[in-house]
Design a protein around this ligand. Structure first.
Ligand SMILES: N[C@@H](CCC(=O)N[C@@H](CS)C(=O)NCC(=O)O)C(=O)O
Length: 210
């Protein structure tokens, strides 16, 4: 079966797009137009009642949550080596991925999605104002973790695709990635990968600005 990924350029769905391209699995990319609020449309809510992307259509149903989708793709294509074999390296990969999902992505969401947590406009403004600081704190933690070519040493893993996707948000979040030299090198290296270049050419990722 051909996998189908619902995505929107500029969102966390970029990590799943890259995992599909890196793994060379057959996939169809189905855009969800956020400018038309399609993620809240009746038809999309039937696919993913959470009203979010990514959502992957598989032969066992709809799979949501970036971490779960990434792991599923990696396990379908073991030759791509996107999950390290060694337990310690795999643990480091998951440490990064859980941090990105539960902390750094959530920091970013406070810029435009404050209505998830508060009702008053002043609360939203306060949350938006805090984003450059919380994203910078996250960058500092990631910077400390990086020591090799990739998050888990010398081989690309799921964590690199996840991290890269979140780093495409930094400029818009008021963070200068060049303040984090290792993160900046990682980002530049990722931009040079065939998967990223293919995704850019196909409009699956937004134009990269740093
Ligand atoms: N926990 C989910 C979060 C997915 C998520 O929040 N996606 C955002 C884009 S980055 C979205 O679809 N937002 C739509 C909305 O809030 O209306 C995951 O990691 O996949």
């Amino acid at each position: 079966m051909t996998l189908q990924l619902y995505f929107a350029p500029g969102t966390i769905a970029g990590a799943s797009v890259l995992a599909l391209l890196e793994s060379r699995l057959q996939a169809t990319f189905l855009p969800v137009d956020f400018s038309a609020a399609q993620q809240q449309s009746e038809s999309y809510l039937k696919v993913n009642p959470k009203g979010r992307v990514p959502a992957l259509i598989t032969d066992f149903g709809v799979l949501t949550e970036t971490g779960a989708i990434l792991e599923y793709i990696a396990r379908l294509a073991p030759d791509a080596g996107l999950i390290p074999d060694a337990p310690d390296a795999a643990a480091r990969m998951h440490e990064m991925m859980y941090y990105l999902a539960s902390t750094m992505h959530v920091n970013h969401a406070h810029k435009l999605r404050g209505h998830r947590w508060a009702d008053q406009e002043t609360s939203h403004q306060d949350m938006t104002a805090k984003v450059p600081e919380t994203m910078a704190t996250s960058c500092a933690w990631v910077e400390e973790q990086l020591s090799g070519t990739f998050v888990c040493g010398n081989a690309l893993t799921l964590a690199d695709l996840y991290l890269f996707t979140i780093c495409t948000w930094l400029k818009g979040d008021g963070v200068d990635i060049t303040n984090y030299p290792k993160l900046n090198v990682h980002f530049t290296r990722m931009v040079g990968r065939d998967s990223v270049q293919t995704a850019l050419k196909q409009g699956l990722l937004p134009e990269i600005t740093t």
